[in-house]
Ligand binder design. Structure first.
Ligand SMILES: [Ca+2]
Ligand SMILES: [Ca+2]
Length: 267
């Protein structure tokens, strides 16, 4: 009798657990691309050396003086105050600079700007240099003294195609080591706070690596394209992006794929 009661309790518990996960409904966001395996040509617009390859956007191969941009094909209307939340995964491989195999270049950037055909230049401009009316969040692996880079391994907030960032932070682990890394970018336009997080796993860090006060309503129009840029110079590496999630409004706890399931709204 006791055994059957226990069996019933276990059965009820399993049923409740199932009900709980079923109730954890998909969260609709502006764009949710967990990989680029299917329908990639209808989702991504590429410029320069970018191509869709092996489930990701390969922005550059490990060859010299390349540049690329790739954008989500649909224009996005940013919310009031330009608030947004973004999450993506990326990898930098085949790093080489002369005889060094740990000092490749130049990095990649998450970019928001209004022209789907826009691209910048190779080298330290990371593919976004001179793109007007743009916001670029760079993941920079090569120290350019001329652009006031604080180190070879850093994030930076760059405006209007100027590779000299308005704010930077060194990343406490190496991002061009061939591993997949995770990045979260959140902008709350109500209090003008832009936050950048980076991790070597999918767990969103509780504290940002860089938090910067900026009024993006003064810098960006509301109609935008969202995507990535990258570049190589004399030093080289391969730059790839494997997923992209973007919401045209700020999500208070960010886009956390470890605890939520996201789907693209209105498609
Ligand atoms: Ca640099
Ligand atoms: Ca930089």
């Amino acid at each position: 009798m006791l055994r059957s009661v226990r069996a019933i309790i276990v059965a009820v518990s399993v049923a409740l657990t199932g009900a709980t996960s079923a109730a954890q409904a998909d969260v609709e966001i502006t764009a949710a691309i967990p990989d680029f395996n299917e329908g990639e040509d209808t989702i991504v617009y590429t410029n320069g050396d970018a191509t869709i390859s092996r489930g990701g956007i390969r922005l550059t191969e490990p060859r010299g003086t390349l540049y690329a941009t790739a954008y989500y094909k649909l224009p996005i209307t940013l919310s009031t105050h330009r608030s947004f939340s973004a999450y993506f995964t990326f990898r930098m491989t085949n790093t080489q600079c002369g005889t060094k195999t740990d000092a490749g270049a130049d990095g990649l950037a998450f970019i928001i700007q209004p022209d789907i055909t826009a691209f910048g230049s190779h080298g330290g401009g990371i593919g976004y240099e001179k793109i007007p009316n743009s916001l670029a969040i760079e993941f920079d692996t090569h120290q350019n003294v001329g652009f006031h880079d604080p180190a070879k391994n850093h994030v930076g907030i760059s405006l209007h195609g100027d590779p000299t960032s308005v704010a930077t932070a060194e990343i406490p682990f190496t991002i061009n080591n061939g591993e997949i890394h995770h990045a979260w970018i959140d902008y709350d336009g109500k209090d003008d706070t832009l936050e950048i997080r980076v991790a070597s796993n999918s767990q969103r860090p509780s504290s940002p690596l860089l938090s910067h006060k900026i009024d993006l309503e003064k810098e960006l129009t509301s109609e935008q394209f969202v995507g990535f840029s990258a570049g190589t110079g004399t030093c080289i590496q391969q730059h790839e992006v494997f997923s992209m999630f973007f919401n045209a409004d700020n999500m208070p706890h960010g886009l956390d794929t470890a605890s939520e399931t996201y789907v693209t709204a209105n498609r």
